[in-house]
Unconditional design. Structure first.
Length: 132
């Protein structure tokens, strides 16, 4: 999966929220100062080319919808940040935030609990019983 530019991500955030939309609807939901219609139209075309969105054609209008979920894209970004900046170590990432005191009280314990629950359970190893 490719990454999004800042402008592409802004458009995708709106498209994820709306689930499907015409360009004019995307523009209407964007933050001020709103980009020009043609700018958003160009960005949506790029998103289609990159495989992040697709469209249905209705008369003279295109209705766009996301092909990549927000969750899948977020996971990809986090993995990329871990790889590039934290040696693929979530511990290193958490340690940096912890040292800067950006965690609220109790969040580290919640994080540890969630990680433990999400961890794959080790397979039991042992000898197979002999059939009689």
């Amino acid at each position: 999966m490719k990454t999004l530019t800042r402008a592409e991500e802004e458009v995708m955030q709106v498209l994820w929220k709306l689930e499907s939309a015409l360009v004019k609807e995307i523009v209407a939901k964007m933050k001020s100062p709103k980009p020009h219609y043609n700018t958003v139209s160009t960005i949506v075309t790029i998103l289609v080319e990159k495989g992040f969105a697709s469209y249905e054609y209705y008369g003279r209008s295109y209705e766009y919808y996301p092909l990549v979920s927000k969750e899948d894209y977020a996971k990809k970004l986090v993995k990329e940040v871990l790889r590039k900046y934290y040696s693929n170590s979530f511990t290193n990432l958490a340690a940096q935030f912890s040292s800067e005191r950006t965690f609220k009280p109790g969040e580290i314990e919640e994080l540890a609990k969630a990680a433990k629950q999400a961890s794959p359970k080790p397979k039991k190893r042992g000898r197979k019983k002999k059939k009689s």
